[in-house]
Design a protein around this ligand. Structure first.
Ligand code: NDP
Ligand code: 3PG
Length: 497
């Protein structure tokens, strides 16, 4: 169970959790806590420390000091500790998954999957890091015009320093480790600011790293509301890199942050373009998985279907039949559709639904909501003047726009301010390639719903969907700098020459 046994140390009284700094679990001197509301019961489930600016300052100093000796720790040893943390994480998947169920209403099985996937991600990062960080470059000068072979250039990969990691609520554990593990293997230290909804899951995950035996001060986790400590953290002079996943907040951070590398994964309005020759059963199955898994609260969720008019009726019927089979209820029962993360999120979704109703969208199901629980809803005949055609509900509501040409679909996709992923369904691979090339998104999936994984694949958004690229290899490369040493010889020298 969460907060018991091995995890008892992280608890401070009943349901209140400590923050992590200098290798210890601590209570904030602010004397304040932040409540975490269970999306299903809408009651306080846990509390976390509201860390003060002073505590953040202290953590930044600790992280800076710890990083210096970590950078001198052999790569194989860093990898060994990461493998150990991964094993502990997987071994303790049950209590961490329990937190995910209670804090973010993720269905029980998916919660376990998130923890296991996270352990795998940590191990893979350790292996990948050992391979790619051990490689450098050797250049000779006479390949550039006007030079003789008098200079040998050696390049190596060095850490950035302190990495600030800020994950979102929907994958608090997985999107935390996807930042922590590349940072660590590359020799950086970590300050983690977990999302408020998902903070306790993150604290349990951090404890697994603690148990693995990482040096004191190397990994730190400060809790508190993003709206209160966020700016202080992201503008802190001690931060050398920010890896952030979330919504529009990321756009604001990128304008405020200093001259440091930024890795930003933000929102998306992933389009699913369906051509006349598509396998409609395959499309319907992917729309259900893509649009409704975790109740649509994935940045990579299918968020708008753009279907050719000639096959639209048939596709909508197939999707409707599948929507009818989705189970709706609490995450503990492993229902397909569970309450969305907060009341404000449910209200926002409702606003989009009402707007679509007023403007004449066809409701394939009756709109139903109880508290934060919203029943899955497919909206047909959505037009571009409706908000739902452009905004991301981050909930179980999916708009269908009927199109008369492929160009119309591509135009709608590209008119969005987002550009995370998209997908196209057709049996004609040549057409699929041309459409993929024309879509202004970081990734296009052919004949499957958008998805981030497998986690070593590059993952990136363009336009308002992000800066830089994630995926295990890209994240490691993003969290290093290249350092060069040039050996200058008195005379040209040719090996064996
Ligand atoms: N592209 C991607 O990979 C993903 C994108 N998203 C997008 O994120 C949104 C929903 O996720 P959500 O978690 O609500 O996103 P938010 O942007 O609201 O929050 C993300 C993280 O930022 C923190 N935060 C809030 N304010 C600040 C601030 N001023 N400075 C620094 N950090 C801050 C939050 O903390 P706190 O919780 O305490 O407010 C949280 O940890 C959706 O728009 C979705 O599309 C979500 C997941 C993945
Ligand atoms: O945060 C998100 O929503 C993701 O990064 C998407 O991950 P997934 O495609 O594995 O659900």
């Amino acid at each position: 169970m969460a907060g018991t046994g091995l995890f008892a140390e992280i608890l401070d009284g009943e349901h209140a959790y400590k923050y992590y700094a200098d290798g210890e679990w601590k209570k904030s001197t602010s004397g304040k806590t932040v409540a975490i509301i269970n999306p299903t019961t809408r009651k306080t489930q846990y509390k976390v420390q509201a860390c003060s600016q002073e505590e953040v300052n202290k953590v930044m100093d600790l992280a800076k000091t710890a990083q210096k000796s970590w950078a001198k720790t052999p790569l194989w040893k860093r990898a060994e500790l990461l493998h150990k943390a991964a094993a502990i994480l997987k071994e303790h998947k049950a209590p961490i998954a329990e937190c995910l169920v209670k804090e973010i209403a993720k269905p029980a099985k998916d919660s376990v999957t998130e923890v296991v996937r996270s352990g795998d991600l940590v191990s893979y990062t350790a292996e990948e890091g050992v391979r790619i960080l051990g490689e450098g470059k050797f250049l000779v000068s006479d390949s550039f015009p006007g030079n003789e072979r008098t200079k040998y250039c050696l390049t190596s990969k060095i850490p950035l320093g302190v990495v600030l990691a800020i994950p979102p609520f929907n994958y608090p554990v997985n999107l935390a480790v996807s930042k922590i593990s590349p940072a660590l293997i590359a020799g950086n230290s970590i300050v983690l600011k977990p999302p408020t909804q998902g903070a306790v899951s993150c604290l349990h995950m951090v404890h697994c790293f603690h148990l693995a035996g990482f040096p004191k001060g190397l990994i730190n986790c400060v809790t508190g509301k993003g709206s209160e400590i966020g700016d202080f953290l992201t503008m802190h002079p001690g931060v050398n890199c920010i890896s952030f996943t979330g919504g529009d907040t990321g756009v604001a951070i990128s304008k405020k942050a200093g001259m440091i590398p930024l890795q930003m994964e933000l929102g998306g309005k992933d389009a699913c373009i369906v051509l006349e020759d598509a396998d409609l059963d395959l499309v319907a199955a992917n729309i259900i998985k893509g649009g409704f898994s975790y109740s649509g609260q994935r940045c990579t969720a299918v968020k708008v279907v753009l279907v050719m008019e000639s096959v639209a009726d048939s596709l909508v019927e197939k999707v409707k039949a599948k929507v009818a089979k989705l189970t709706v209820g609490p995450p503990e029962d492993d229902c397909d559709i569970t309450p969305v993360v907060s009341e404000s999120s449910a209200n926002y979704i409702e606003g989009l639904v009402k707007d679509a109703k007023e403007k004449g969208a066809t409701f394939c199901q009756e709109y139903k909501r109880e508290g934060n629980l919203i029943w899955p809803l497919l909206l047909d005949n959505v037009r571009p003047d409706m908000r739902i055609a452009w905004e991301e509900p981050f909930g179980p509501v999916l708009p269908v726009l009927r199109i008369n040409s492929v160009e119309e679909g591509i135009h709608h996709c590209n008119a969005s301010n987002f550009g995370l992923q998209g997908c196209v369904f057709t049996k004609d691979i040549n057409k699929a390639m041309l459409i993929s090339d024309a879509m202004e998104t970081g990734t296009v999936q052919i004949n499957s719903a958008p998805a981030r994984g497998p986690d070593h694949f590059p993952f990136q958004g363009i336009k308002d969907s992000g800066i830089g690229s994630q995926g295990i290899t890209n994240s490691i490369n993003m969290m290093i700098k290249v350092k060069t040493t040039v050996i200058n010889l008195p005379t040209p020298s040719y090996t064996m020459g």
